[in-house]
Design a binder for this molecule. Structure first.
Ligand code: SF4
Ligand code: SF4
Length: 182
């Protein structure tokens, strides 16, 4: 078939020289390249023990913010869930009872609020859609885990003030994970 560019290159199979047939120069050349990279700064990090620093505009894990009096801002309006292209957010609304004013800012609040971090694409649309300035994406990201359930973040891990890494099983070794799943 004729190429669109109409360019062509005739390849001829040249006979190998004695040096080429020895393969040693090619081996040393390859080892030289390996050695050069050995002393260079590594591009990889040992995640999860080491974490790469991220810019301030990085969109990571979500947080449900409280107001200046410590009451939850979220009113379970559902706009974030509607805006979410990955359908990662689910919630259930409830009525605030008398005496709960210090817990929930408005009369309606989220009894249940969950984000599936395996579905989330960290686009930030939920943050943009929220009229109450309740949900924000921070610069941390979901810790690794062998258990899929660890990636369903409920209010216990989303509401401001929670030490989010406490409930997530730390990734250990593959052998330990396999034993735990037996
Ligand atoms: S960041 Fe995007 S994908 Fe993730 S929950 Fe928010 S809207 Fe959905
Ligand atoms: S986080 Fe914001 S947009 Fe989502 S339900 Fe709560 S108040 Fe509504």
């Amino acid at each position: 078939m004729q190429a669109l560019s109409n360019r062509k290159k005739v390849l001829e199979q040249k006979k190998m020289t004695l040096v080429e047939r020895l393969y040693l120069p090619a081996i040393f050349q390859g080892m030289g390249i390996t050695l050069r990279h050995f002393f260079r700064r590594k591009a990889t990090v040992h995640y999860p023990e080491q974490k790469r620093s991220v810019p301030a505009v990085f969109r990571g894990l979500h947080v449900l913010r409280k107001d200046e009096n410590g009451a939850e801002r979220c009113t379970a309006c559902g706009l974030c869930a509607v805006a979410c292209p990955a359908e990662a957010i689910t919630m259930e609304g409830g009525e605030r009872k008398a005496g709960e004013e210090h817990l929930y800012r408005e009369e309606k609040y989220a009894v249940k609020y969950e984000i599936n971090m395996l579905r989330c694409i960290f686009c930030g649309f939920c943050e943009d859609a929220c009229p109450k300035e309740a949900i924000f994406l921070e610069t941390t990201f979901a810790p690794a885990s062998y258990d899929r359930n660890d990636f369903i973040y409920g209010k216990d891990r989303l509401v401001e003030g929670f030490k989010r890494h406490e409930l997530v099983s730390p990734i250990t070794t593959l052998k330990e994970a396999q034993e735990a799943n037996k």
